[in-house]
Ligand binder design. Structure first.
Ligand code: SME
Length: 165
């Protein structure tokens, strides 16, 4: 997929997400629907879903699509933990070169993880997308998945246990 095709795909996908999430203030509904949309629309995705902040410095799997994901990830482990700990999107071209990568799927080759905040700025979850293709994710993925994470923010207010990282 070339850059123009990827931008067009993401523009359509983002518009669909924004439309389907409009007025939703239920984090489970929003995350389940977003995981389904992203998994079905991103052709190189092998896993798409969320890890929620459930305690200080602890993530627990939320709604997702793909093979079984590990259930809990402390902030000091994995690509998801790095995104939560550093509050920065992680774009990983080769997961086997990422220190502490957690291999829920041994066939995963690249990954992107985007932190998600409540409207008040608390870290509430991370959005995780894996691929069986090496270096599948680039700055276009980062741009649009960060916009998708922003579209989710109003939907997550019910997550009363959002914790500061
Ligand atoms: N690879 C992630 C763990 C979650 S599985 O990809 C669904 C990590 O290293 O944090």
């Amino acid at each position: 997929m070339n850059a123009d095709e990827k931008r067009h795909l993401y523009s359509q996908t983002l518009a669909e997400l924004q439309s389907v999430l409009a007025g939703i203030d239920d984090s489970i509904t929003a995350m389940a629907t977003s995981a389904a949309v992203l998994f079905s629309k991103i052709p190189y995705a092998s896993w798409a879903g969320f890890y929620r902040v459930v305690a200080p410095r602890l993530l627990r799997v939320g709604p997702y699509q793909g093979g079984i994901g590990c259930l809990e990830i402390p902030f000091d482990r994995g690509v998801c933990g790095a995104a939560a700990r550093l509050r920065e999107t992680q774009v990983v071209a080769d997961v086997n070169a990422f220190p502490g990568h957690i291999a829920c799927d041994s066939a995963a080759r690249s990954e992107i993880v985007v932190p998600i905040y409540t409207p008040g700025g608390d870290l509430v979850a991370v959005l995780d997308v894996d691929s069986h293709e090496p270096a599948a994710f680039d700055e276009i993925d980062r741009e649009f998945l960060e916009k998708a994470a922003s579209a989710l923010r109003p939907c997550l207010a019910d997550n009363a246990r959002a914790w500061n990282a």
